[in-house]
Design a binder for this molecule. Structure first.
Ligand code: HEM
Length: 144
């Protein structure tokens, strides 16, 4: 099992982070879209907790993937029919699509974090008044 990237394909680490992100995005999207259909109370609260935790893990995995790209440059694109058809546009088009997906993976959780703070709520993984947006803190922040 090769953790680092072999010459012409991604290694186990970026593949793991990629598929983890796929599962987390599906989880976050499903709970974001259908979470309100859960019965009010513990079930709905748990749904939102998992939704937010998945979103925060997506951000974490993304940071790890970007760091991995710096340490281990990705393999070159494989020649394929689509690439031959697009000619010189294939590379920039693939790059643009890739970076757009990265931007969306940042934008969705950041929008969620802003929504959470705007409601005066803490992030559940860091459930302490210390991590609430100071403008909305209900209890005074402890003096260090
Ligand atoms: C890629 C990650 C994420 C995706 C795809 C996603 C997707 C969604 C979707 C589709 C909705 C429903 C919007 C609507 O009904 O109009 C939603 C709602 C929401 N999201 Fe996310 N979200 C993500 C990450 C986060 C994160 C990181 C947080 C908080 C830290 C968050 C907090 C919320 C909140 C508070 C709501 C409103 C829930 C309610 O109805 O009360 N989301 N999200």
């Amino acid at each position: 099992m090769q953790l680092t990237n072999p010459i012409n394909r991604y290694g186990v680490t970026p593949q793991f982070l990629h598929w983890l992100t796929v599962i987390l995005v599906l989880t976050a999207w499903t709970l974001g879209t259908f979470g309100d259909d859960l019965p009010k109370g513990a079930a709905r609260d748990a749904g939102l907790f998992v939704h937010i935790s998945a979103g925060l893990l997506i951000l974490t995995a993304l940071i790890m993937r970007l760091a991995w790209r710096v340490v281990e440059p990705p393999p070159p694109p494989e020649p394929n029919e689509f690439g031959r058809w697009l000619g010189a546009f294939a590379d920039p088009a693939a790059r643009l699509a890739h970076y757009t997906l990265y931007a969306l993976l940042i934008a969705a959780p950041i929008a969620g974090i802003v929504a959470q703070f705007a409601r005066g709520n803490a992030l559940p993984l860091l459930d302490s008044p210390r991590y609430r947006h100071p403008g909305y803190a209900i209890e005074p922040l402890p003096i260090m």
